[in-house]
Structure formats: C-alpha cells, structure tokens
Write a protein that binds this ligand. Structure first.
Ligand code: MN
Ligand code: MN
Length: 409
C-alpha cells in the first residue's frame, strides 16, 4: 500500500506476501484446472511459443473488456439481476459479478455461495442485509451509497431493498471465483422445495399440511413490505444471537481519501482497513480529466474494474510482445490479470469514477515510476537507450496518478 503515502517505496512484509501468494496461487490453479477452459496465461504462452512465424490470429489476446449493460436481464417483480461470470467474460476466471436492483421491500432470498466470498458496493439507494456466520453470530445492517460488504464463503445472507421512498437500490456484487454462479449458489427456497415434505415438516416441528404454501421452486428475489426502520429482532427474541467480532460492513465512500487533487481521489479497503475482507480488496477511484493511473502491476491479485461514470482507456501488457487497449464506458467491466502490466487513463470530457476489486485482501503493487526511481542512471542508459539529460527528468518517486510533467526543475 505504498501509494497512500510517499516513499518508502518497497516495504512489503515478506512473511505476509509469501503466505498470501501461496494461497492465491493455490486458488488460481484449482480454478483453472477445473474450468476446462484455456487460462489467460496459457493463451499467452501459446501465442509466445508460436511468435515469429505464427499467423496473426495466433497472437490475439482475450477481450479485457465486457459490457454488463448488454447482458440479458433476469427480471422479477422484486428486482433485477445481470451476471458477468467466466462463461460470458472468459478472461475473468477468478472474479465474477452481478449487477442487482431491488425495489423497496424486494428481497434477495436467504442463500449462500459454496465456492466464493461476496463483496458488494452500493451504487444507489439503501438495503438491509442479514448475515449469519458458522459460529451462529448474527449481523443485521443497513447499507447506503458508497458502503461495501464482505461475506466470507459459505455464510448465509439475505439482501432487502429499503428505498428510500420509491428508489430502487442498485448495487454491484463481486465474487472471488469466476464460476460462483453455476451449481454453487444455494437458495433456501430451492433447498426446501427439493427436500421431501415429511423431512422438512419433521425438521421444523410442524405438520406437512402446514407447509403447503412453501415455494415449489427457487424464489431468488421475493417481494415483501419494506422492513421497519428499527426494532428488528430474530424470531428467537432480542439478544439470542451474539454479534460477530468483525463487522461485514465498511463505509468506503466516507474514508479519508488518498488525494492528489480535488478531482482525483482514491479510497481503498484491504484487510488492513476492513479486517473481515481477507480474500478481497476494493477501491473507489475518481480520476480527473486527462488523469493517468500509471503503468503498474499487482504481484498477488487480478484486478477487476467497473466504470461508474466517464470514459476510461485501459491498456494491458500481456508479455511476449502482446498488449491490448480498450475503452470503457459506464457499465463496462475491465480486467487486468495478476502480474499483467496495466494503466488507466481518463479520456473523457469530465471526471471519471470507477470501482476496482482485487482477489486478495493483501493489496500489493509495483509502479513503473518506482521501478525506474530505484535504478542507477547507468542501468537506465543501457536498458532504455536514454541519454543522461532525459534520465535527469524521470520521476524520483512513485507518481501513482499523473497528468504528465513535461519539464521538471
Ligand atoms: Mn450472495
Ligand atoms: Mn491496477
């Protein structure tokens, strides 16, 4: 997290890094192995092996851009959902997302995810979540614009629209597995519908006749009245469930930002700021007109991007002479795989705002300005063929976000 302060430029805790990278690499391998699809690294390897004599199409990279807005809408009376999983967006093997809306009272039913943790950002409106962990600890919390949540894998949760008024809540759900959806999201209505009625009745201490109104299939999004503002207690009574030691909620937009100027701000929640978020880091970035989030890479995580407003040019360097440039507009997703060099530039007329999600709770990066500032001048002369006069002008510390400085004193 060196970018939130000025140097020291490289101060990673090597123990944490090793531990985290082992875990991430393990997850990546597992996911790619079971996916049955070519990994990004695999495609790049194939292209590099054949470079030189290969036909042009062998050098093509996967698409690093995906339009969420063009996805089919799953529409229900209580709300809507659109998905971007690895099936639709193959480069994103380890991160998937859902853009969801809920009307006031609309209820994303009780469910859990067998293979992914869930991270969310509230774009508009307000929702209430209930979340129960395996230790039987309960959190019921309301979320407004700019708040995020993190639900560890397997923890059961619900989400309900609170308005205000007739406002539909709109939020982004991001999962640390590109295949979170298929055969891995477990809904309570589906479960009870698929279980013999006498077993359900025996389990719930009622007669099968009393369960005739249970849903016959998965509800997914239900409709209900808007929940009361206060005094919400479980049916077991007040105080019957303890609260978890770590909250699932973090107010990202209220965080004091890392500021370069009034129109350029970055807020970030890794496990350091938001301790329960052990496998994901989220950030909210406002980029001024012409602003460039400089060339950099993340040694331990993929980066998933969602544009809220403005126009962003994403460049991705894939090694072996391969790179890609795409332009992202509001509702578009961009992706930079782990270790791939990338940069983000605001090429629109105004300020741009985007959400960034990384599939590690330990935020790490290396920027080109840091890499260059760390080298002796003779090395840069030999490596980059630059004369001493130009080397004198190069950055002496990390730029992070820049507009370019054509002349330095
Ligand atoms: Mn969920
Ligand atoms: Mn990045």
């Amino acid at each position: 997290m060196n970018w939130r302060k000025d140097p020291p430029m490289n101060k990673y805790n090597s123990n944490d890094v090793t531990k985290n990278e082992n875990r991430i690499n393990g997850d990546v391998k597992k996911s790619r192995k079971t996916s049955g699809k070519a990994s990004i690294a695999g495609e790049a390897d194939k292209a590099s092996q054949t470079s030189g004599s290969a036909p042009a199409e062998a050098k093509q990279l996967p698409d690093f851009k995906f339009s969420m807005a063009n996805q089919p809408l799953r529409k229900m009376p209580g709300g809507t959902a659109r998905e971007a999983t690895a099936r639709e967006f193959p480069v994103s093997q380890n991160i998937a997302a859902v853009l969801m809306t809920l009307r006031p009272g609309g209820l994303r039913e009780l469910h859990w995810h067998a293979n992914a943790a869930e991270w969310a950002y509230i774009i508009e409106g307000s929702v209430r979540v209930t979340i129960l962990d395996p230790q039987g600890r309960l959190e019921i919390a309301d979320f407004v614009k700019g708040d995020i949540w993190y639900f560890p894998r397997g923890h059961v949760h619900s989400i309900q629209g609170l308005g205000p008024g007739k406002t539909e809540a709109k939020f982004l759900l991001v999962f640390d597995n590109g295949y979170f959806s298929e055969f891995a999201t477990f809904s309570i209505s589906d479960w009870l519908a698929q279980t013999p009625k006498e077993i359900v009745a025996k389990n719930l201490n009622v007669s099968p006749d009393e369960l005739t109104t249970l849903p016959k299939s998965e509800v997914y999004i239900a409709e209900g009245p808007v929940p009361p503002k206060t005094g919400v207690v479980p049916i077991s009574g007040p105080g019957t469930f303890l609260s978890p030691p770590l909250s699932h909620k973090y107010q990202l937009r209220s965080q004091k930002p890392f500021v370069k100027s009034s129109s350029c701000q970055v807020r970030l929640a890794s496990a350091g700021e938001f301790p329960i978020s052990t496998t994901m880091t989220g950030a909210l970035m406002t980029l001024h007109r012409g602003g460039l989030r400089e060339l950099h890479w993340h040694p331990n995580a993929d980066e998933w991007q969602y544009v809220l407003s403005g126009k962003i040019r994403l460049t991705v360097f894939a090694s072996s002479g391969l790179s890609s440039v795409v332009e992202l507009e509001p509702g578009d997703i961009g992706f930079a795989p782990m270790g791939y060099g990338h940069a983000l530039e605001n090429v629109g007329e105004g300020t741009a705002e985007l959400i960034l999600v990384f599939n590690s709770g330990d935020y790490q990066e290396l920027s080109i300005s840091t890499v260059i500032a760390a080298q002796p001048s003779y090395l840069l002369e030999s490596n980059l063929y630059l004369p001493e006069a130009v080397i004198k002008k190069l950055p002496r510390k990390q730029e992070f976000i820049t507009s370019g400085h054509h002349a330095r004193p």
